[in-house]
Design a binder for this molecule. Structure first.
Ligand code: XLS
Ligand code: CA
Ligand code: CA
Length: 440
């Protein structure tokens, strides 16, 4: 079989003192923590679209990436080669999972029937590679946003024919995900949003999105798909306003339409920052509602402010993210998918390795620090003490629903002046730094 990354051999863990740029410094997949290997805690995945289909094009110039599988002329041959490259890459990095959109892995044909046939062929090829390598599918999804037919959205398009086409496409993508044993199926809002309210029936569009998701759940159950459904919030890009704006909006939407029991969230760091939230905030809201499913691991750029999808290297961010994941009980079906792309100027195949090694090490280190923080329990203890007044006296009565405004007025009238305690933010930030820079 052709070797696509011949410049790189198996990437191994060499420990934090290694100066080999093609070795892990913190990610030792076999390291056991609380009876589980780091590999099983973190469940890393490569994103097919960025790493094999992304070529670094931007509004000012074409792609620059050197990707040897791009030289094949026949689209199906190129698709097979790309899939071979995926498995070589996953094996060399010890990545246990990959994720894809239907159109990343197989080319669009002249008709829907032809497109489906193309997908079948590549799925069969993928299945063989999965069986021989043990690399698995974290999640599958459908690309309902690139083709011009989706110019006004898919499930929220004003044209019912587009709704029908999108349904047919998701039906097929669900079948492919089932065939490949996908642990999850993702819905990200593509172009499900609007550019202007002047031409948009927001109520019908959201009702239709809910109808679409109900149909997907029904069909998936019918064909025996047991994986977890995930929905991925994003506030804007490509549309001005995306309906899946942020986690709180998504949860309200799911509850409004009776879909909350079928879905969990797939939280992407860069989407959180686009929404004006921290990554930790989106994970916290998900955790609080028992909805934390999976993570799209990346980071944005504070100066640029758009969806730059950079590889995650900020240890404070990965630590606080893993802190929420650990408190949520860890991943079950979900994992850490590198929905991230190398910069346009990082065009050599080797750069795909440096970027993933950096992301994997950053999350491994973040996980270890967060694990210590959770084990020590000092932050949680601080929070518990901060709210101690709700565990006794009038606070307990409030929590237990024993008092109303009249009783609370009586209580307030009889009290001495209120004394508050410091929130100690700086103390806690220093304490976090202590964990970040002293423990590993
Ligand atoms: C785009 C999204 C997309 C989803 C999958 O911004 O991150 O890649 O993760 O459709
Ligand atoms: Ca994503
Ligand atoms: Ca993104």
């Amino acid at each position: 079989m052709t070797e696509y990354f011949s410049g790189v051999s198996q990437v191994r863990y060499e420990g934090k003192d290694s100066d080999n740029p093609l070795a892990f410094k913190h990610y030792n997949p076999e390291e056991m923590i609380d009876g589980k290997s780091l590999k099983d805690h973190l469940r890393f995945a490569v994103a097919f679209w960025h790493s094999y289909q992304g070529r670094g094009a931007d509004p000012f110039g074409p792609g620059t990436a050197q990707r040897s599988w791009d030289h094949l002329h026949d689209p199906l041959d190129a698709a097979r080669a790309r899939m071979d490259a995926n498995f070589e890459f996953c094996q060399k990095l010890g990545l246990p999972f990959f994720c894809f959109h239907d159109r990343d892995i197989a080319p669009e044909g002249a008709t829907l029937a032809e497109t489906n046939k193309n997908l079948d062929k590549i799925v069969a090829h993928t299945k063989e590679l999965m069986a021989s390598t043990g690399v698995r599918l974290l999640w599958g999804t459908a690309n309902l946003f690139s083709h011009p037919r989706f110019v006004h959205g898919a499930a929220t398009a004003p044209n019912a024919e587009v709704f029908a086409y999108a349904a047919a496409q998701v039906k097929k993508a669900l079948e492919a995900t089932l065939e490949l044993g996908g642990a999850n199926y993702v819905f990200w809002g593509g172009r499900e949003g609007y550019e202007t309210l002047l031409n948009t029936d927001t109520k019908l569009e959201q009702d239709n999105l809910a109808r679409f998701l109900h149909m997907a759940v029904d069909y998936a159950r019918e064909i025996g798909f047991k994986g977890q459904f995930l929905i991925e919030p994003k506030p804007k890009e490509p549309t001005k306003h995306q309906y899946d704006f942020d986690t709180a909006t998504v949860i309200a939407f799911l509850k409004t339409y009776g879909l909350d029991k079928y879905f969990k969230t797939n939280i992407e760091a860069n989407h959180a920052t686009l929404a004006g939230h921290t990554f930790q905030h989106e994970l916290r809201v998900s955790r609080q509602h028992g909805m934390l499913g999976s993570i799209d691991a990346n980071q944005g750029d504070a100066q640029l402010g758009w969806d730059t999808d950079q590889f995650p290297v900020q240890i404070s961010e990965t630590t606080l993210a893993m802190y929420e994941v650990i408190l949520a009980g860890g991943f079950t079906s979900g994992g850490l998918n590198f929905d991230a792309k190398v910069r346009r100027a990082s065009f050599e195949p080797e750069d795909l390795f440096y970027s993933h090694i950096g992301g994997m090490d950053s999350f491994a280190l973040g996980f270890k620090i967060a694990h210590k923080m959770v084990k020590d329990g000092r932050f949680e203890q601080f929070i518990a003490e901060r709210y101690a007044s709700y565990r006794e006296g009038i606070g307990l009565k409030i929590v237990e629903g024993q008092v109303g405004f009249k009783e609370l007025e009586q209580y307030a009238l009889s009290q001495a002046p209120i004394r508050n305690r410091s929130g100690r933010q700086e103390f806690l930030e220093n304490f976090l730094n202590h964990y970040l820079y002293a423990s590993e």
